[in-house]
Design a protein around this ligand. Structure first.
Ligand code: NAP
Ligand code: G4F
Length: 320
């Protein structure tokens, strides 16, 4: 019998790749669709899976809609990917961020307890929780020190996941995912902002690219690899927390260099530093150690940053 999965954040980058993976594995896939004024399903359409997901109206801040979604989907597995996920916005909308990205996870956990406490749960935790890093390479034992309202909200959701596992014996796992990108990445995040600008500059539609702190370092991987890790966590006998990362860190500056070079351009001719894009508190460097995920789940990334950025620039050139 095929399994049922419920995905919150189904219209996001990870939601689209996860839906594709689950469909390939024979799941009946249900998505929690938050009501928006305009069409939000373009990513599912790009991957050719829009018609294959059963959408259920709902919002992470409305626990009644989550209880209904659990009942309607009869989910065996619940992937909580929904969030206000842009760090920059979390300083201007801290309460919304706390409600969606923090309390929202508790709402999902409660709906699981009420409707079916045998359903397995995945929480989209984040390397942003490490913030002001307390170890050179961050793993599951590294203390957290969030640096943004988003990081604080996600830390609440992370500990709620651990607490519901320990209190109620839920199969609740948390993936501490480092930055992961793709051609479906939102244009506000730095990789996509860069690859979109490279394509526009190449086609003569844009003259310069304004960025903030290009000395920040991130451990960037490919979203398609990372959703595989989410699924693997829910297939394990026991729930647990896992760092998912590549183990390589790169500056925003070097990432720009790669992107511009792929289009035959020199980033120094186009990138301008704009204080408007600096953050009130920065996460200067992230570098993950995914050894536990490799040993326990057999998970490994398959895409280098150079391949990833090339894929994104090519996709943005095609779209123009
Ligand atoms: P994303 O593209 O920003 O997607 C976020 C999703 O959440 C969208 O489907 C959005 O719906 C939905 N959402 C927002 N507010 C909601 C609400 N009130 N109720 C229900 N759904 C709501 O994020 P992503 O990159 O796919 O990331 C997936 C998850 O992983 C997020 O929780 C993110 O915080 C976390 N994460 C991401 C990364 C990364 O590098 N990508 C790393 C670590 C953790 P609309 O499209 O309708 O707005
Ligand atoms: O691409 P970013 O906005 O991603 P950030 O803040 O690392 O957050 C992403 O990864 C987290 C995992 O660690 C997720 F949890 C979160 O949901 C999101 O997906 O910024 C990356 C770096 C930052 O240091 C930022 O200051 O790039 C720097 N940066 C420099 N100029 C910029 C810009 N970031 C953006 N978005 N725009 C700029 O112009």
């Amino acid at each position: 019998m095929s399994k049922n999965a419920l995905v919150t954040g189904v219209t996001g980058q990870d939601g689209a790749y996860l839906v594709k993976l689950l469909l390939e594995k024979g799941y009946n896939v249900y998505g929690l669709l938050a009501r928006r004024g305009s069409d939000s399903t373009w990513r599912l359409r790009e991957l050719g899976v829009e018609g294959e997901v059963t959408m259920i109206d709902g919002d992470l801040t409305d626990v009644t809609s989550l209880i209904r979604a659990m009942a309607v989907s009869r989910a065996d597995e619940v992937y909580n990917l929904g969030a206000q996920s842009f760090v920059g916005t979390s300083w201007t909308q801290p309460v919304l961020t706390a409600q969606v990205s923090g309390v929202g996870a508790i709402n999902v956990l409660e709906s699981i307890r009420i409707v079916n406490d045998k359903a397995r749960f995945y929480q989209a935790s984040t390397s942003e929780m490490f913030g002001l890093i307390q170890a050179d390479r961050q793993d599951e034992s590294t203390p957290f020190y969030p640096r943004s309202p988003y990081g604080v909200a996600k830390l609440m959701a992370h500990w709620a996941t651990v607490n519901y596992r320990e209190s109620f014996n839920l199969h609740a796992s948390s993936g501490i995912l480092f930055n992961h990108e793709s051609p479906l990445r939102g244009p506000e995040f730095v990789t996509r902002k860069v690859t979109q600008a490279v394509a526009r500059i190449k086609k003569g539609l844009q003259k310069e690219l304004r960025l903030g702190n290009i000395d920040a370092k991130r451990d960037w991987g490919f979203a398609g690899d990372y959703v595989r890790a989410m699924w693997m966590m829910l297939q394990a006998d026991k729930p647990d927390d896992y760092v998912i990362a590549t183990g390589v860190t790169t500056t925003v500056r070097q990432m720009c260099e790669l992107a511009f070079r792929h289009a035959g351009l020199n980033y120094e001719d186009y990138v301008k530093i704009d204080p408007a894009f600096f953050r009130p508190a920065e996460v200067d460097v992230l570098l993950g150690n995914p050894a536990k995920a490799k040993a326990a789940l057999g998970w490994e990334p398959s895409t280098s940053l150079e391949e990833l950025i090339s894929m994104m620039v090519d996709a943005d050139l095609r779209r123009l």
